[in-house]
Design a protein around this ligand. Structure first.
Ligand code: ZN
Length: 359
Protein backbone atom coordinates (compact mmCIF):
# COMPACT_ATOMS: atom_id res chain seq x y z
CA UNK A 1 0.00 0.00 0.00
CA UNK A 2 2.89 2.31 0.86
CA UNK A 3 4.54 1.74 -2.53
CA UNK A 4 1.23 2.23 -4.33
CA UNK A 5 0.42 5.44 -2.48
CA UNK A 6 3.95 6.80 -3.13
CA UNK A 7 3.76 6.10 -6.85
CA UNK A 8 0.25 7.57 -7.05
CA UNK A 9 1.43 10.68 -5.22
CA UNK A 10 4.25 11.20 -7.71
CA UNK A 11 2.35 10.35 -10.84
CA UNK A 12 -0.85 12.23 -10.18
CA UNK A 13 -0.96 15.06 -7.65
CA UNK A 14 -4.75 15.45 -8.10
CA UNK A 15 -5.36 12.29 -6.05
CA UNK A 16 -3.35 13.53 -3.04
CA UNK A 17 -6.51 14.89 -1.44
CA UNK A 18 -8.15 11.46 -1.85
CA UNK A 19 -5.13 9.77 -0.26
CA UNK A 20 -5.13 12.11 2.72
CA UNK A 21 -8.87 11.41 3.23
CA UNK A 22 -7.98 7.71 3.41
CA UNK A 23 -5.28 8.39 5.99
CA UNK A 24 -7.70 10.43 8.11
CA UNK A 25 -10.39 7.72 8.08
CA UNK A 26 -10.90 6.19 11.54
CA UNK A 27 -13.64 3.56 11.22
CA UNK A 28 -13.80 0.77 8.64
CA UNK A 29 -16.93 2.36 7.13
CA UNK A 30 -15.10 5.69 6.69
CA UNK A 31 -12.10 3.87 5.24
CA UNK A 32 -14.16 2.01 2.63
CA UNK A 33 -16.07 5.15 1.66
CA UNK A 34 -12.78 7.04 1.35
CA UNK A 35 -11.12 4.35 -0.77
CA UNK A 36 -13.99 4.10 -3.24
CA UNK A 37 -13.40 7.50 -5.01
CA UNK A 38 -9.69 6.65 -5.28
CA UNK A 39 -10.53 3.23 -6.74
CA UNK A 40 -12.72 5.00 -9.32
CA UNK A 41 -9.95 7.44 -10.25
CA UNK A 42 -7.40 4.61 -10.56
CA UNK A 43 -9.77 2.57 -12.74
CA UNK A 44 -10.32 5.62 -14.98
CA UNK A 45 -6.56 6.17 -15.28
CA UNK A 46 -5.89 2.56 -16.23
CA UNK A 47 -8.67 2.47 -18.85
CA UNK A 48 -7.67 5.86 -20.31
CA UNK A 49 -4.01 4.80 -20.44
CA UNK A 50 -4.86 1.62 -22.39
CA UNK A 51 -7.19 3.52 -24.74
CA UNK A 52 -4.58 6.24 -25.43
CA UNK A 53 -2.00 3.60 -26.28
CA UNK A 54 -4.28 1.63 -28.60
CA UNK A 55 -5.60 4.76 -30.33
CA UNK A 56 -2.08 5.40 -31.67
CA UNK A 57 -2.10 2.18 -33.71
CA UNK A 58 -2.78 2.57 -37.45
CA UNK A 59 -6.46 2.64 -38.45
CA UNK A 60 -7.96 0.65 -41.32
CA UNK A 61 -10.22 3.13 -43.12
CA UNK A 62 -13.45 1.77 -44.63
CA UNK A 63 -14.76 3.00 -48.00
CA UNK A 64 -17.14 5.97 -48.14
CA UNK A 65 -20.72 4.57 -48.19
CA UNK A 66 -21.65 7.14 -50.87
CA UNK A 67 -18.77 7.15 -53.41
CA UNK A 68 -16.73 4.09 -52.35
CA UNK A 69 -13.39 5.92 -52.00
CA UNK A 70 -11.49 5.03 -48.77
CA UNK A 71 -12.09 7.55 -46.01
CA UNK A 72 -9.19 9.71 -44.88
CA UNK A 73 -8.09 10.71 -41.36
CA UNK A 74 -8.86 14.25 -40.27
CA UNK A 75 -6.74 13.89 -37.12
CA UNK A 76 -7.59 13.08 -33.50
CA UNK A 77 -10.82 14.12 -31.78
CA UNK A 78 -11.96 13.64 -28.20
CA UNK A 79 -14.65 11.16 -27.19
CA UNK A 80 -16.31 10.77 -23.79
CA UNK A 81 -18.44 8.01 -22.32
CA UNK A 82 -19.93 7.59 -18.84
CA UNK A 83 -18.77 4.26 -17.38
CA UNK A 84 -19.46 2.46 -14.08
CA UNK A 85 -16.68 4.40 -12.37
CA UNK A 86 -17.21 7.82 -13.99
CA UNK A 87 -16.57 9.59 -17.30
CA UNK A 88 -13.87 8.04 -19.55
CA UNK A 89 -12.19 10.32 -22.09
CA UNK A 90 -10.02 9.28 -25.02
CA UNK A 91 -8.74 10.77 -28.26
CA UNK A 92 -8.96 8.78 -31.48
CA UNK A 93 -8.64 9.36 -35.22
CA UNK A 94 -11.79 10.40 -37.06
CA UNK A 95 -12.16 10.22 -40.82
CA UNK A 96 -14.25 11.79 -43.56
CA UNK A 97 -14.67 11.28 -47.27
CA UNK A 98 -11.85 12.97 -49.26
CA UNK A 99 -14.51 13.91 -51.88
CA UNK A 100 -16.52 15.76 -49.26
CA UNK A 101 -19.60 13.47 -49.31
CA UNK A 102 -22.16 14.43 -46.68
CA UNK A 103 -21.58 11.50 -44.30
CA UNK A 104 -21.07 11.60 -40.53
CA UNK A 105 -17.45 11.34 -39.34
CA UNK A 106 -16.25 7.79 -38.86
CA UNK A 107 -14.12 6.51 -35.95
CA UNK A 108 -12.85 2.94 -36.62
CA UNK A 109 -11.34 2.77 -33.13
CA UNK A 110 -14.76 3.34 -31.49
CA UNK A 111 -16.20 0.62 -33.71
CA UNK A 112 -13.43 -1.78 -32.61
CA UNK A 113 -14.33 -0.94 -29.00
CA UNK A 114 -17.99 -1.74 -29.64
CA UNK A 115 -19.02 1.86 -28.92
CA UNK A 116 -21.96 3.16 -30.98
CA UNK A 117 -21.63 6.60 -32.67
CA UNK A 118 -24.03 8.45 -30.32
CA UNK A 119 -23.59 6.29 -27.23
CA UNK A 120 -22.95 8.36 -24.10
CA UNK A 121 -22.96 5.66 -21.41
CA UNK A 122 -21.25 2.28 -21.22
CA UNK A 123 -23.22 -0.93 -21.70
CA UNK A 124 -22.31 -2.05 -18.16
CA UNK A 125 -23.77 1.13 -16.62
CA UNK A 126 -26.93 0.72 -18.70
CA UNK A 127 -27.22 -2.91 -17.58
CA UNK A 128 -26.99 -1.91 -13.93
CA UNK A 129 -29.56 0.87 -14.49
CA UNK A 130 -31.99 -1.60 -16.10
CA UNK A 131 -31.46 -4.06 -13.22
CA UNK A 132 -32.23 -1.34 -10.63
CA UNK A 133 -35.30 -0.27 -12.61
CA UNK A 134 -36.79 -3.76 -12.23
CA UNK A 135 -37.11 -3.16 -8.48
CA UNK A 136 -37.34 0.62 -7.92
CA UNK A 137 -38.83 3.61 -9.81
CA UNK A 138 -36.71 5.20 -12.55
CA UNK A 139 -35.87 8.26 -10.43
CA UNK A 140 -34.60 6.06 -7.58
CA UNK A 141 -32.63 3.88 -10.02
CA UNK A 142 -31.00 7.04 -11.43
CA UNK A 143 -30.10 8.23 -7.90
CA UNK A 144 -28.55 4.86 -6.97
CA UNK A 145 -26.52 4.82 -10.19
CA UNK A 146 -25.35 8.37 -9.48
CA UNK A 147 -24.05 7.28 -6.06
CA UNK A 148 -22.31 4.35 -7.65
CA UNK A 149 -20.57 6.10 -10.55
CA UNK A 150 -20.04 9.46 -8.84
CA UNK A 151 -21.88 11.46 -11.51
CA UNK A 152 -25.43 12.64 -12.19
CA UNK A 153 -27.67 10.21 -14.07
CA UNK A 154 -31.10 11.36 -15.25
CA UNK A 155 -34.25 9.24 -14.71
CA UNK A 156 -35.07 9.88 -18.38
CA UNK A 157 -31.80 8.17 -19.40
CA UNK A 158 -32.66 5.08 -17.33
CA UNK A 159 -36.13 5.01 -18.92
CA UNK A 160 -34.56 5.11 -22.42
CA UNK A 161 -32.11 2.28 -21.59
CA UNK A 162 -34.95 0.11 -20.32
CA UNK A 163 -36.92 0.79 -23.51
CA UNK A 164 -33.90 -0.07 -25.68
CA UNK A 165 -33.13 -3.22 -23.66
CA UNK A 166 -36.80 -4.25 -23.93
CA UNK A 167 -36.83 -3.80 -27.73
CA UNK A 168 -33.59 -5.80 -27.99
CA UNK A 169 -34.95 -8.61 -25.78
CA UNK A 170 -38.21 -8.75 -27.77
CA UNK A 171 -36.28 -8.98 -31.06
CA UNK A 172 -34.21 -11.89 -29.66
CA UNK A 173 -37.37 -13.59 -28.39
CA UNK A 174 -39.05 -13.16 -31.78
CA UNK A 175 -36.07 -14.82 -33.49
CA UNK A 176 -36.23 -17.66 -31.00
CA UNK A 177 -39.99 -18.17 -31.50
CA UNK A 178 -39.51 -18.26 -35.27
CA UNK A 179 -36.80 -20.89 -34.77
CA UNK A 180 -39.16 -22.95 -32.56
CA UNK A 181 -41.86 -22.69 -35.26
CA UNK A 182 -39.33 -24.06 -37.79
CA UNK A 183 -38.56 -26.92 -35.42
CA UNK A 184 -35.11 -25.61 -34.44
CA UNK A 185 -34.50 -26.00 -30.72
CA UNK A 186 -32.19 -23.63 -28.83
CA UNK A 187 -28.93 -25.15 -27.49
CA UNK A 188 -29.25 -26.43 -23.89
CA UNK A 189 -27.76 -24.31 -21.12
CA UNK A 190 -24.48 -25.68 -19.76
CA UNK A 191 -25.15 -27.19 -16.33
CA UNK A 192 -22.82 -28.50 -13.63
CA UNK A 193 -22.92 -32.34 -13.52
CA UNK A 194 -24.68 -32.29 -10.11
CA UNK A 195 -27.45 -29.99 -11.39
CA UNK A 196 -27.91 -31.96 -14.60
CA UNK A 197 -28.43 -35.18 -12.60
CA UNK A 198 -31.35 -33.75 -10.59
CA UNK A 199 -34.95 -34.08 -11.80
CA UNK A 200 -36.35 -31.19 -13.82
CA UNK A 201 -39.74 -29.87 -12.68
CA UNK A 202 -41.83 -27.55 -14.75
CA UNK A 203 -45.30 -26.17 -14.47
CA UNK A 204 -47.55 -23.36 -15.57
CA UNK A 205 -50.41 -21.29 -14.25
CA UNK A 206 -52.26 -18.04 -14.85
CA UNK A 207 -51.93 -15.06 -12.51
CA UNK A 208 -53.64 -11.68 -12.44
CA UNK A 209 -51.22 -8.75 -12.61
CA UNK A 210 -52.01 -5.03 -12.11
CA UNK A 211 -51.35 -2.81 -15.13
CA UNK A 212 -51.56 0.94 -15.69
CA UNK A 213 -54.58 1.76 -17.87
CA UNK A 214 -52.50 4.00 -20.20
CA UNK A 215 -48.87 3.27 -21.01
CA UNK A 216 -46.32 5.80 -19.75
CA UNK A 217 -48.74 7.59 -17.38
CA UNK A 218 -49.15 6.70 -13.69
CA UNK A 219 -52.76 7.96 -13.51
CA UNK A 220 -56.06 6.07 -13.75
CA UNK A 221 -57.48 2.95 -12.17
CA UNK A 222 -55.45 -0.25 -12.11
CA UNK A 223 -56.37 -2.78 -14.80
CA UNK A 224 -55.91 -6.43 -13.84
CA UNK A 225 -54.80 -8.66 -16.69
CA UNK A 226 -54.19 -12.38 -16.98
CA UNK A 227 -50.51 -13.38 -17.34
CA UNK A 228 -49.52 -16.94 -18.17
CA UNK A 229 -46.46 -18.02 -16.21
CA UNK A 230 -44.23 -21.06 -16.56
CA UNK A 231 -41.67 -22.09 -13.92
CA UNK A 232 -38.76 -24.48 -14.48
CA UNK A 233 -36.40 -25.72 -11.76
CA UNK A 234 -34.15 -28.59 -10.80
CA UNK A 235 -35.27 -30.49 -7.69
CA UNK A 236 -32.09 -30.42 -5.61
CA UNK A 237 -31.51 -32.25 -2.32
CA UNK A 238 -30.35 -30.21 0.64
CA UNK A 239 -29.34 -31.47 4.08
CA UNK A 240 -30.42 -29.16 6.92
CA UNK A 241 -28.38 -28.54 10.09
CA UNK A 242 -30.54 -31.14 11.86
CA UNK A 243 -29.65 -33.69 9.20
CA UNK A 244 -33.03 -33.75 7.43
CA UNK A 245 -32.90 -34.01 3.65
CA UNK A 246 -35.25 -31.51 2.03
CA UNK A 247 -35.99 -30.73 -1.61
CA UNK A 248 -34.97 -27.31 -2.83
CA UNK A 249 -35.71 -25.63 -6.13
CA UNK A 250 -32.41 -24.92 -7.86
CA UNK A 251 -31.57 -23.17 -11.10
CA UNK A 252 -35.01 -21.57 -11.34
CA UNK A 253 -36.15 -20.13 -14.65
CA UNK A 254 -39.31 -18.17 -15.33
CA UNK A 255 -41.29 -17.66 -18.54
CA UNK A 256 -44.18 -15.19 -18.60
CA UNK A 257 -46.39 -13.73 -21.30
CA UNK A 258 -49.28 -11.31 -21.43
CA UNK A 259 -51.45 -13.62 -23.46
CA UNK A 260 -53.15 -17.01 -23.53
CA UNK A 261 -51.83 -20.57 -23.27
CA UNK A 262 -51.18 -20.62 -27.03
CA UNK A 263 -48.75 -17.72 -26.50
CA UNK A 264 -47.11 -19.46 -23.55
CA UNK A 265 -46.68 -22.78 -25.35
CA UNK A 266 -43.69 -22.06 -27.68
CA UNK A 267 -42.01 -19.86 -25.05
CA UNK A 268 -42.19 -22.53 -22.37
CA UNK A 269 -41.11 -25.27 -24.76
CA UNK A 270 -38.10 -23.24 -25.91
CA UNK A 271 -37.01 -22.65 -22.29
CA UNK A 272 -37.65 -26.30 -21.40
CA UNK A 273 -35.30 -27.40 -24.20
CA UNK A 274 -32.73 -24.89 -22.97
CA UNK A 275 -33.09 -26.36 -19.47
CA UNK A 276 -32.43 -29.86 -20.77
CA UNK A 277 -35.91 -31.44 -20.95
CA UNK A 278 -34.65 -33.79 -23.66
CA UNK A 279 -31.79 -35.25 -21.59
CA UNK A 280 -32.89 -34.77 -17.95
CA UNK A 281 -33.10 -38.11 -16.06
CA UNK A 282 -36.60 -37.36 -14.74
CA UNK A 283 -38.98 -34.63 -15.83
CA UNK A 284 -42.13 -33.75 -13.89
CA UNK A 285 -44.94 -31.53 -15.13
CA UNK A 286 -46.80 -30.06 -12.16
CA UNK A 287 -50.04 -28.23 -12.76
CA UNK A 288 -53.48 -27.42 -11.41
CA UNK A 289 -56.61 -28.99 -12.82
CA UNK A 290 -57.08 -26.37 -15.57
CA UNK A 291 -57.98 -28.11 -18.84
CA UNK A 292 -55.98 -25.69 -20.98
CA UNK A 293 -52.77 -26.41 -19.08
CA UNK A 294 -53.23 -30.17 -19.36
CA UNK A 295 -53.83 -29.75 -23.08
CA UNK A 296 -50.53 -27.84 -23.23
CA UNK A 297 -48.91 -30.75 -21.38
CA UNK A 298 -50.32 -33.26 -23.87
CA UNK A 299 -49.31 -31.23 -26.91
CA UNK A 300 -45.80 -30.23 -25.87
CA UNK A 301 -44.45 -32.11 -22.89
CA UNK A 302 -46.13 -35.50 -22.52
CA UNK A 303 -43.38 -37.20 -24.59
CA UNK A 304 -40.71 -36.08 -22.12
CA UNK A 305 -42.39 -35.47 -18.76
CA UNK A 306 -44.64 -37.21 -16.28
CA UNK A 307 -47.75 -35.17 -15.46
CA UNK A 308 -48.78 -34.60 -11.85
CA UNK A 309 -51.63 -32.67 -10.32
CA UNK A 310 -50.27 -30.39 -7.62
CA UNK A 311 -51.27 -31.23 -4.05
CA UNK A 312 -53.13 -28.04 -3.14
CA UNK A 313 -55.19 -27.99 -6.32
CA UNK A 314 -55.89 -31.70 -5.88
CA UNK A 315 -57.31 -30.99 -2.41
CA UNK A 316 -59.29 -28.04 -3.73
CA UNK A 317 -60.79 -30.17 -6.50
CA UNK A 318 -61.55 -32.93 -3.97
CA UNK A 319 -63.42 -30.40 -1.84
CA UNK A 320 -65.50 -29.19 -4.78
CA UNK A 321 -66.23 -32.73 -5.87
CA UNK A 322 -67.15 -33.92 -2.38
CA UNK A 323 -69.37 -30.91 -1.68
CA UNK A 324 -71.24 -31.50 -4.95
CA UNK A 325 -71.46 -35.24 -4.33
CA UNK A 326 -72.83 -34.74 -0.81
CA UNK A 327 -75.32 -32.18 -2.09
CA UNK A 328 -73.77 -29.22 -0.28
CA UNK A 329 -73.46 -30.99 3.16
CA UNK A 330 -70.09 -29.47 4.00
CA UNK A 331 -69.46 -31.33 7.32
CA UNK A 332 -69.50 -34.69 5.55
CA UNK A 333 -67.53 -33.23 2.66
CA UNK A 334 -64.86 -31.99 5.09
CA UNK A 335 -64.62 -35.42 6.71
CA UNK A 336 -64.36 -37.14 3.32
CA UNK A 337 -61.74 -34.65 2.09
CA UNK A 338 -59.68 -35.24 5.23
CA UNK A 339 -59.55 -38.93 4.37
CA UNK A 340 -58.71 -38.23 0.73
CA UNK A 341 -56.02 -35.72 1.70
CA UNK A 342 -54.43 -38.38 3.86
CA UNK A 343 -54.49 -40.80 0.92
CA UNK A 344 -52.98 -38.15 -1.36
CA UNK A 345 -50.13 -37.51 1.08
CA UNK A 346 -49.41 -41.18 1.59
CA UNK A 347 -49.69 -42.29 -1.97
CA UNK A 348 -52.50 -42.83 -4.36
CA UNK A 349 -52.58 -44.67 -7.66
CA UNK A 350 -51.85 -42.56 -10.74
CA UNK A 351 -55.28 -43.20 -12.17
CA UNK A 352 -56.95 -41.32 -9.32
CA UNK A 353 -54.68 -38.32 -9.87
CA UNK A 354 -55.50 -38.35 -13.56
CA UNK A 355 -59.21 -38.48 -12.77
CA UNK A 356 -58.77 -35.54 -10.41
CA UNK A 357 -57.03 -33.61 -13.16
CA UNK A 358 -60.15 -34.02 -15.27
CA UNK A 359 -62.41 -32.91 -12.43
ZN1 ZN B 1 -17.49 9.91 -50.61
Amino acid sequence: MLCLSDSIRHDDPCVQQLLSTIEEAQTLAQLILAVWPLARVLALHIVEYVLAERAQRPSAWPPCPTCGVPLRSKGFAQRQLMALFGPIRWRRRVGRCPHGCAIPQVAPFDEALGVQPHQRTSGALQCLGCAFAVFVPFATAARLLGWYCGSLVSPRAVWCWVQAAGRHAMALLQEELEAVARGDAPPPETLAAELAAWPLALGADGVMVPFRPTGGAPTGNIRWRDIKVGVLARLGQHRTRLGHVVTRLQHRRLVAVLGDIEALSPRLWSEAVRQGIVHAPHVVWLSDGGRGLWRLFEERFAGHARGMLDFYHAVQQLWKGAAAWLDGRTTQARRWCGWARHRLRHGMPDGVLADLADA
